[in-house]
Design a protein around this ligand. Structure first.
Ligand SMILES: *Cc1c(COP(=O)(O)O)cnc(C)c1O
Length: 398
């Protein structure tokens, strides 16, 4: 269907929740995608930090094809090998002892919120249920997770919100200390705020937050939905930041594009969930878990993680260099292949200019460009983006 017609039908038949770029993507290969007219685009969006192995990765495709032919779905009334194996793999490579599978980032955070409330309820009784989250955070779009999200624009019009949340400024220890009371069950944060504009947590802040939580048996929840699965150069961002959480959530990159989410915790916390206390029909289904296993294997047994770390460093240097040369770039922030630059101009204008030059990028907020390419991005491709940005900024300055 021609793009114009597709746009018209989308306006007719889809609820209008998204602002879309005017192109229809039909195919992907590696770090490139192709539109209906056959034009090629270098993809620095990666399905919003999802396609970590790029498009059409042979091992991932084969794992999905094989599993689809064998068994797509049964239910959690029975055991399935891919689910148990994926949980085993995640446990082997993280602080956690147990995994609950679901289908998205929001659901993973729902599970984390429910687990924290239940843990606290069982140990301390009713009334100790509050969760402290960060301003400018993003945790999802369900009622609980949009309440957890410290952004008015996400919450507006959905009142009444869920009771039991309070908000503090990110990286502000004094505020955090004041916010934690005898009603607090958990602190929830992103090690790097993604949607909020790529802000990295301070190591010292996290260490103090960890100490505070340990002293008061308040659970520390890391939302690694965006930062997990090698995005920041280590399998999980917390590994680089010097602290371990009590609960961690994953989604985006975990299935390499197949919807899957996960909530991980240590045994002492996970045991607050018992049979019947939480569930998901699709959660951990064989197809999604086979995809997750293929992704984990590529990261851990292949070279992808090492490559991602090196490319992240190269990219960050390149962006800092770009800042030196172009006044329009105010700041460079990020970790690994989660990079952002804050601009003195409208980010959407740069997104459009990049699109016209065959590169997909994304802006978050008005002034921040976010780069979350697949972890197989190459030095040459990073150079191409940097050259293109330089061209656009030069025209802007002229
Ligand atoms: C994307 C994102 C979510 C929400 O994930 P969905 O799969 O869209 O529900 C939650 N937390 C963080 C940090 C995210 O980046």
């Amino acid at each position: 269907m021609p793009t114009e017609e597709l746009k018209q039908d989308a306006a007719l038949y889809l609820m209008q929740t998204y602002t879309r770029q005017p192109l229809s993507i039909v195919r992907g290969r590696g770090t490139k995608v192709y539109d209906l007219e056959g034009r090629e685009y270098l993809d620095f969006v990666g399905g919003i930090a999802v396609n970590i192995l790029g498009h059409g990765h042979p091992d991932l495709v084969q794992a999905i094809q094989r599993q689809a032919a064998q068994l797509i779905h049964t239910s959690n009334l029975y055991y399935t090998e891919p689910q148990v194996k994926l949980a085993h793999m995640l446990v082997d490579h993280s602080f956690a002892d147990k995994v609950f599978f679901c289908n998205s980032g929001a659901e993973a955070n729902e599970a984390a919120i429910k687990l924290a409330r239940r843990y606290s309820h069982e140990k301390y009784g009713a009334g100790r249920f509050e969760i402290v989250t960060m301003r400018n955070s993003f945790h999802g779009r369900t009622i609980a997770t949009l309440t957890a999200t410290g952004q008015d624009k996400v919450q507006k019009g959905y009142e009444p919100l869920l009771p039991g949340f309070s908000y503090v400024a990110f990286n502000n220890l004094e505020q955090l200390k004041r916010a934690v009371t005898d009603k607090t069950a958990a602190i929830m944060l992103e090690p790097v705020q993604g949607e909020g504009g790529i802000y990295v947590a301070d190591r010292e802040y996290l260490k103090q937050a960890r100490d505070l939580c340990s002293q008061k048996d308040v659970l520390l929840i890391f939302d690694e939905v965006q930062t997990g699965m090698g995005r920041t150069g280590t399998l999980f961002a917390y590994e680089q930041l010097g602290v371990q959480p009590d609960i961690m959530t994953l989604a985006k990159g975990l299935g390499g594009g197949v919807p899957i989410g996960a909530c991980l915790a240590r045994d002492s916390v996970a045991k607050a969930f018992s049979p019947g206390s939480h569930a998901s029909t699709f959660g951990g289904n064989p197809l999604a878990c086979a995809a997750g296993l293929a992704v984990c294997r590529a990261l851990l047994e292949g070279q992808v993680l090492d490559h991602a770390r090196r490319m992240g460093e190269y990219f960050a240097k390149g962006l800092l260099d770009c800042k030196e040369r172009h006044r329009v770039v105010r700041e460079v922030r990020g970790l690994g292949l989660l990079q952002g630059i804050e601009l003195d101009m409208d980010g959407q204008a740069v997104v459009r200019e990049c699109l016209a030059r065959g590169i997909l990028i994304n802006s978050t907020g008005e002034y921040v460009l976010r780069f979350v390419p697949s972890l197989i991005i190459t030095q040459l491709e990073i150079d191409r983006l940097l050259d293109t940005l330089a061209q656009i900024f030069d025209i802007q300055a002229a």
